[in-house]
Ligand binder design. Structure first.
Ligand code: NAD
Length: 421
């Protein structure tokens, strides 16, 4: 098979539907609720004309999808990437709905994306894209409507521009319209670390189930952005030996263990792993097949498919990225006996602390980092336990159990609210 050929299984919205359908069937979901929850509530596609630094005009495409607002305002990140498609944003929005329900925060699910390559844009161009995109979707945003956050290619600065643009239109300082803001502008302590910290908590809980000791485990992390770096740091603090980490340029591997602090410092300085030489270089695909105990895909979707799932050697897969495994590959990993902590549970630390940030902004009182960590710990441990219990009770995989938990909670609220006509 041509390794560059796009597989049918790689449409993320279809991948979401495949798991949703299994969960709905197992739950015996009412056919009407099934129809409601399978599709997004609202989709908005906007055109974003920008004056470039050289005086020319470029037009970018942007999307914002609200999959569900049944449990509260839509919540979900904004991605800046050349591969953004409407189907990808739809899938990411639905995953946010189930994720918020799995950790039981009072949010629905949404997601946004702009088709652009942020690495090729100047700070001024990035700011103009962000402000025009925000202005074009402002009608559906708001602290009680839809609250964005960072995702691939966006960061605290982008969130600050979103907050400012929305506030200018609202004629009021409105910090709670977006989360992942810098601390000092209504951001929460512990938000930057939250997703990686949640992944480490899940890894710790899963290792306990598997009766494995962190100090005796090796780990490989795909992706060295926010999620990858923080996860690698916390796993290594827990005693695991990180033998490989990658970014888009490929992976660095050293079976004696990598110095994660040194790698983070290199990334801080050069923004790429290229040039880091305390290890051998291998491809991103090879990293996934390393003989490690713990594998953390923390870059992008569809990295484990029917093409390579049979070659996965890790005992524990903790999904930092959203949708890193296709539905076809799920079955193959189950057959191999891999313990999977699915994305909608594993990476939910980010949205949990986003919820804390939203609460702090609305109340106008801020918590210490210890308070944030303690609440995150409680929330993640509870969600992990709920998913594992569901998996045991219904004899399903952890992934389908997480979907069942999320879908059931959203369906219950939707039924309670009734159908407005
Ligand atoms: P980021 O932009 O900070 O980092 C992405 C990393 O992945 C970079 O190292 C980049 O070089 C690498 N990468 C990008 N495309 C790649 C490819 N095709 N192959 C290999 N590596 C590639 O993004 P992030 O915030 O760390 O998010 C990573 C993943 O985690 C995404 O799937 C995102 O949706 C998910 N996620 C992020 C958060 C969050 O709080 N940031 C929360 C939940 C889920």
């Amino acid at each position: 098979m041509n390794p560059n050929q796009v597989l049918g299984e790689e449409n993320p919205f279809e991948a979401m539907h495949a798991r949703f359908d299994l969960a709905a069937k197992k739950l015996g979901l009412d056919p009407g609720l099934y129809e409601i929850l399978r599709q997004p509530d609202r989709e908005l596609t906007v055109s974003i004309p920008i004056l470039m630094d050289d005086g020319s005009i470029s037009v970018f495409a942007g999307h914002r999808v609200q999959h569900s607002t049944a449990r509260g305002p839509a919540k979900g990140g904004i991605r800046y990437d050349l591969n953004v498609t409407l189907d990808e944003v739809r899938a990411l929005a639905a995953w946010m709905t189930w994720k918020c329900a799995v950790v039981n925060v009072p949010f629905g699910g949404g997601k946004g994306g702009v088709v652009c390559d942020p690495s090729k844009l100047s700070p001024g161009e990035l700011e103009r894209i962000t402000r025009r995109y925000t202005a074009n979707i402002a009608d559906i945003l708001g602290p009680d409507r839809d609250v964005p956050a960072p995702d691939m290619g966006t960061n605290g600065q982008v969130m600050a521009w979103i907050m400012d643009t929305y506030s200018m239109h609202a004629r009021a300082a409105c910090t709670s319209v977006v989360t992942g803001k810098p601390v000092g502008l209504g951001g929460s302590l512990g938000r930057i670390e939250a997703t990686g910290r949640g992944l480490q908590i899940c890894a710790r809980e899963a290792l306990e189930q598997l009766k494995m000791k962190p100090e005796q485990c090796t780990a490989a992390v795909q992706g060295a952005g926010n999620v990858g770096q923080v996860t690698a740091t916390y796993l290594s603090r827990m005693g695991c030996k990180i033998v490989a980490i990658s970014d888009i340029t490929g992976a660095v591997v050293n079976e004696d263990g990598l110095q994660i602090d040194e790698i983070c410092a290199h990334l801080q300085k050069f923004r790429t792993l290229d040039g880091y030489d305390a290890g051998d270089r291998i491809s991103n695909a090879d990293l996934l097949e390393l003989p490690v105990d713990i594998l953390v895909p923390a870059a992008t979707e569809n990295v484990i498919t029917s093409r390579n799932a049979a070659n996965i050697k890790a005992k524990l897969l903790v999904e930092g990225a959203n949708g890193p495994v296709t539905a076809k590959a799920d079955k193959m990993l189950d057959e191999l006996g891999v313990f999977v902590v699915p994305d909608i549970l594993a990476n939910a630390g980010g949205v949990s602390v986003s919820y804390f940030e939203w609460v702090q902004d609305r109340v106008g009182m801020f918590w210490t980092e210890e308070e944030v960590q303690e609440r995150l710990e409680t929330m993640m441990v509870k969600a992990f336990g709920d998913v594992v219990d569901m998996a045991r009770r219904f004899e399903v995989s952890n992934r389908i159990a997480a979907y069942m938990l999320g879908v059931d909670r959203v369906a219950t609220i939707t039924r309670m609210r009734g159908v407005y006509a």
